[in-house]
Design a protein around this ligand. Structure first.
Ligand code: TYM
Length: 343
């Protein structure tokens, strides 16, 4: 089986963008692949954060994975910091990552501009190297993510190719390696719809955990009333009818896309159904579809959270299984890079 890996930061609450761009695809792909899904707590400390919250949001994120249907019996669900190899490989990778590559990262530029110099730790710059480590440790074939992670995936590929070039090949074979590459070069898997869910209050910016207004996003755990209220107040326009793909109507495209996915319809079906509607008829339809889709997830979430032993057991077992694969890769990389073998 080919392998997929992916993860989400446990900062703030998991929203519809994370679900439609990532988790939903993990679930639809998981039967065909060997899977590892992690909660990237080490990434969550790259901007100022609350130490009182981190462990709670980490467990909640894991519970959301399970509630959304991520399967822990075949694949592994684990916490990034529980597998030490992530940080260790990151150091090795960072030695072969030019600073110029990191300075070009759009997310770094955006986040550092917002945070202000005082709050920008070195880890914000090297963040994508840790992400590369998360992926390369498991010799992953594919990484299912939303559109905004595409550039980080491209960087991961470049780091893998550079390490393979610098330390792989003939030298690697002489050292007892398989003769091929040290790392598999992974590819992103970006869904055709839902790869970039936009804010409810501004169709030009993406839905995000860090946007100050909670009105801008639907969180997976939002109550029915809250969902209804957010959709009622969300930004729309005054064009006649509803349509996809009109660049002057980003909010319209976004809301129709959300509706299409959560109601399990094709784009054509949604066009047929909604093209002559106005916002007053469409909004209640969208609200109901969202509530119907999220409600079972919320019920399962509550069940999972009442049994903390179950969740902790899954995370412990996940970390144990992941560490076996990760340690093997790490060992090979140390060897290829010429380190004295540990006795
Ligand atoms: P994060 O936590 O920002 O987002 C988690 C996943 O959700 C997707 N996503 C979206 N998709 C569609 N529309 C949106 N508005 C939206 N917002 C977020 C993201 O693309 C992502 O798939 N660096 C990563 C976490 C990470 C990771 C990894 C991912 C660390 N190591 C290794 C894959 C593999 C991040 O911050 O995602």
């Amino acid at each position: 089986k080919k392998r997929i890996v992916s993860g989400i930061q446990p900062t703030g609450s998991i929203h519809l963008g994370n679900y439609l761009g990532a988790i939903r695809n993990w679930v639809s792909l998981q039967n065909a692949y060997d899977t590892l899904f992690f909660i990237v707590d080490l990434h969550a400390i790259t901007l100022p954060y609350d130490t009182q919250e981190l462990s709670r949001t980490t467990r909640e994120t894991a519970a959301i994975y399970l509630a959304c249907g991520v399967d822990a019996s075949e694949g592994s669900i684990f916490v990034q910091s529980h597998v030490r190899a992530h940080v260790e490989l990151m150091w090795l990778l960072s030695s072969a990552t030019p600073i110029g590559w990191l300075n070009k990262m759009i997310q770094f530029k955006e986040k550092s501009r917002k945070a202000g110099d005082e709050n920008v730790g070195v880890a914000l710059l090297t963040y994508p190297v840790l992400m590369a480590s998360d992926i390369l440790l498991y010799q992953s074939d594919f990484v299912p993510v939303g559109e905004d992670q595409k550039q980080h995936l491209e960087l991961t590929r470049e780091i893998a190719e550079r390490i393979n070039y610098l330390y792989g090949g003939r030298r690697w074979k002489k050292l007892g390696g398989r003769g091929g590459a040290i790392f598999k070069v992974p590819e992103p898997l970006i869904p055709p719809a839902g790869a970039r869910v936009m804010s409810l209050t501004d169709g030009f910016s993406k839905m995000s955990k860090s946007a100050p207004s909670d009105q801008s996003r639907i969180n997976i755990l939002d109550s029915k009333d809250l969902i209804a209220n957010k959709i009622k107040r969300c930004k729309t326009d005054s064009f006649p009818g509803l349509e996809f793909d009109n660049p002057e109507r980003p909010e319209c495209n976004n809301l129709l896309t959300i509706y299409q996915i959560v109601s399990n319809k094709t784009k054509e079906e949604v066009v047929q159904e909604c093209q002559n509607m106005n916002w007053g008829t469409f909004k209640p339809l969208l609200t109901d579809a969202l509530i119907d889709h999220l409600h079972p997830i919320q019920v399962r979430y509550e069940e999972i959270m009442t049994d903390s032993g179950y969740l902790d057991g899954i995370l412990a077992e996940g970390a144990r299984k992941a560490a076996v694969i990760a340690d093997a890769t790490l060992h090979n990389v140390y060897q290829a890079m010429g380190f004295l073998r540990r006795q």
